[in-house]
Design a protein around this ligand. Structure first.
Ligand SMILES: Nc1ncnc2c1ncn2[C@@H]1O[C@H](COP(=O)(O)OP(=O)(O)OP(=O)(O)O)[C@@H](O)[C@H]1O
Length: 213
């Protein structure tokens, strides 16, 4: 599949955050979305996930058949979307049933994130980093080609950051797409960078935002 963004603009609370954003990502590619605090990285990911309407421009996909872009996405955002009263395994089972295209079992996914011992614990008992790893384990229980990750290393120790880098590498090697908003390298160093912000980008850089208020 291919994800294409053309001349995208974002307005929040009446203020133009960015405009003129264009890029395309295809199978196996990674895109690191960078920029200062408030530049609009999370807003861009929210737009890609279909939860925020663009102020202008278009987001489209090719090669997905009948499936819409939201149906092709996994999103791991600032809010982990986990139910505190459910166990880690129950949360993952719920996501697996809801999202379709099941892949790894909840236990396998937790093992991949180094957390097999929390499978039967309510998520409310977990540390911040453990919760984040359960949220990331959701990526593995269903097969979806595009991973949208917003600061995915938040609360992760170095070892878990390495695990995440491996998961992203593997996903891309299988033809998946990773788009991550981040202030860190993430292990996506070979990915293209989309810098949102007032820093002037080279003229040939199709990713540059053109207008700032
Ligand atoms: N729900 C919202 N309603 C109104 N304005 C919002 C909302 N969320 C974010 N904004 C505004 O949109 C702008 C961009 O915010 P966004 O969270 O996209 O930036 P970011 O680049 O992800 O920042 P950070 O690096 O701090 O996470 C900010 O000025 C913010 O105040």
């Amino acid at each position: 599949m291919r994800l294409i963004v053309e001349n995208l603009a974002c307005r929040r609370s009446g203020r133009r955050i960015f405009a003129g954003l264009s890029f395309a990502v295809g199978p196996g590619e990674g895109l690191m979305v960078t920029g200062r605090n408030g530049a609009g990285k999370s807003s861009l990911l929210t737009m890609l996930s279909g939860r925020l309407k663009p102020d202008a421009g278009a987001i489209r996909v090719e090669g997905t058949g009948e499936a819409t872009l939201p149906e092709c996405l996994h999103v791991v955002g600032h809010r982990d979307g986990l139910k505190s009263a459910l166990t880690a395994a129950e949360n993952l089972e719920f996501a697996r049933n809801l999202l379709g295209h099941p892949a790894a079992s909840p236990v396998q996914a937790l093992e991949a994130l180094g957390l097999p011992h929390v499978a039967r614990l309510p998520v409310g008992y977990l540390s911040a980093g453990q919760r984040r790893r359960v949220a990331l384990a959701r990526l593995l229980v269903c097969r979806r080609p595009v991973w949208l990750l917003d600061e995915p290393t938040a609360a992760l120790d170095l070892a878990s950051q390495g695990v995440l880098a491996g998961l992203m590498r593997h996903h891309r090697a299988e033809g998946g797409i990773v788009i991550a908003a981040t202030h860190q390298a993430l292990g996506l160093e070979d990915a293209r960078e989309l810098r949102i912000g007032p820093v002037a980008a080279p003229a040939e850089d199709a990713f540059a935002a053109e207008e700032w208020l």
